[in-house]
Design a protein. Structure first.
Length: 202
């Protein structure tokens, strides 16, 4: 049986500010794991646990040269799978489209990928990834929660014990410079406007 405490505290905790905010420093034990096979890695992928394996999906990087040298950003669609802390990464499948900068939530054996974006801009779609021990199953449409109310990238998210997802902040515009604004779904906090939506994840 996999050491689930390692996944939750050591790795999954790194992807959830909500979890980290509730834990004391002494509750986490950080250890180096197996690096992704991609030599330059990826920024802002979706990540979570399914089928007792860690999934890292999508993300963006600059494979040619770094941005400060005029490099071009590339969005990826690979779903990497690590089935145990001392194992090796395998390509488990692909996302429907290259995507990064979304919200990842693990719920009932699935990794839910909310929003995010690609070279064209933010998206509202919600998809789910499930590892069956051999390959990634991608679920869309009626098999997943409804789409976000607006296209949204660079957002923050958390999941409560009742299965309600909270998604806040982010941008609905192409690029990475402006925070989101919404007439219907905003609340004021420290003179900033935040988009907040609630999704019941069954």
């Amino acid at each position: 049986m996999m050491d689930k405490a390692w996944w939750r505290g050591g790795f999954a905790g790194g992807f959830s500010l909500a979890i980290c905010g509730l834990l004391r420093a002494g509750d986490l034990e950080w250890r180096s794991s197996v690096p992704l096979p991609d030599p330059i890695g990826v920024a802002a992928p979706f990540a979570g646990v399914s089928g007792e394996a860690l999934l890292v999906a999508g993300g963006a990087h600059f494979p040619g040269k770094p941005p400060w040298e005029g490099g071009t950003k590339v969005w990826t669609d690979t779903v990497w799978v690590l089935d145990r802390p001392d194992g090796r990464w395998v390509r488990g499948g692909r996302l429907p489209d290259p995507r990064a900068y979304g919200v990842s939530l693990t719920r009932k054996g699935r990794v839910l990928c909310l929003g995010g974006g690609d070279r064209r801009g933010p998206v509202a779609e919600v998809i789910a990834l499930q590892w069956d021990g051999r390959r990634i199953r991608v679920q869309r449409g009626s098999d997943v929660p409804e789409a976000l109310p607006v296209p949204l990238a660079l957002a923050a998210g958390a999941l409560d014990a009742a299965g309600v997802a909270y998604v806040a902040c982010g941008t609905s515009e192409p690029g990475e410079v402006r925070a989101s604004r919404s007439e219907e779904h905003t609340s004021e906090l420290q003179s900033r406007q935040y988009l907040v939506c609630r999704l019941l994840l069954e």
